[in-house]
Design a protein around this ligand. Structure first.
Ligand code: SF4
Length: 297
């Protein structure tokens, strides 16, 4: 199957992009592995005609927003992100009426429609920078209450939090941190800012998936406890064969990210199934929010 995928990919001038949380066998066949923003940039910059985006729906959507002339496909159409589905464009319209002076920042984990309604997007790597780049003293941050509350700690602005959360990261507790400290004394605990506020406060390092990979790869230390989705172990161990990584909690797995199979990737290439299509007017507005983010240095 892997040989068939490689052959078809070449024939059709396609690239396979995979998120860090994808199953190992998908990361292994991908041309690029990265976080959602990095992959969208790769999608826009590469000269392929077809992008097979192995991730969840909003990620393939972001790739299509930035690459309107390319064919973008997602191997498993039902791979959604529950957090992205927690906020709608209607919610943003309502919140704008309640906070007329506030700017709306939408985490990239949101639908195309939400991106089209917000003022600017952000990622887990740049949320603090984006919030502080805005002239407004008041911010509406959607959908992730945990990432918004993390950003609030690094700004004087008033950040109005939405009620969304990632079910995978939000279930981590301080008890998990205490358990990991007892099992691995002296080992640093690195967590994602989608984890709850008290977990973030109790950890040694907070960063996006890419920042966690960079931090542990550049450190002289040899062991780390990892507080984000299980799939990140694949790039971590590949990059750092001499280091040991322990998961902060059992079953730290995003079921939606694990829906992609090699069969689905092959079927996309063979049949062109699951192409992402976006209304041009909405795409244009969503693109402006993403591009505004990319312009923030
Ligand atoms: S890990 Fe959380 S935020 Fe990421 S895709 Fe899964 S549910 Fe969504």
């Amino acid at each position: 199957m892997i040989e068939k995928i490689a052959k078809l990919k070449k024939e059709k001038n396609a690239v396979i992009l995979a998120h860090f949380y994808q199953p190992n066998e998908i990361q292994a066949i991908a041309d690029f592995v990265g976080d959602s923003l990095d992959l969208s940039r790769k999608a826009a910059d590469c000269d392929a005609d077809i992008i097979i985006f192995c991730g969840v729906h909003f990620m393939a959507g972001s790739a299509k927003i930035l690459s309107p002339d390319k064919t973008v496909m997602i191997p498993e159409m039902n791979a959604g992100c529950p957090m992205a589905d927690m906020v709608t464009a209607e919610d943003i319209k309502r919140l704008r009426k309640e906070h007329p002076d506030a700017a709306v920042v939408a985490y990239i984990n949101s639908s195309v429609e939400v991106k089209a309604e917000c003022d600017i997007c952000c990622t887990s790597s740049n949320a603090i920078k984006i919030v502080n780049s805005l002239p407004n003293d008041e911010i509406i941050f959607v959908p992730d209450k945990n990432l918004g509350s993390y950003a609030q700690q690094f700004t004087d602005k008033k950040v109005n939090l939405f009620s969304g959360y990632c079910p995978v990261h939000n279930r981590i507790t301080v008890a998990d941190i205490e358990k990991a400290r007892a099992a691995h004394p002296g080992v640093e605990i690195l967590v994602h800012p989608e984890c709850p506020e008290d977990v973030v406060a109790a950890a040694d390092f907070v960063g996006s998936t890419a920042q966690i990979i960079d931090y542990s790869s550049n450190s002289d230390k040899k062991e780390f406890v990892i507080g984000t989705e299980y799939g990140v172990l694949y790039p971590l161990e590949k990059k750092n064969p001499d280091k040991k990584f322990y998961m902060l909690a059992e079953n730290f797995t995003c079921a939606n990210m694990k829906k992609t199979t090699l069969e689905d990737v092959l079927e996309c290439l063979e049949t062109g199934k699951n192409e992402i299509e976006i209304d041009e007017e909405i795409r244009r507005k969503a693109s402006a929010s993403l591009l505004r983010m990319l312009e923030v240095k």
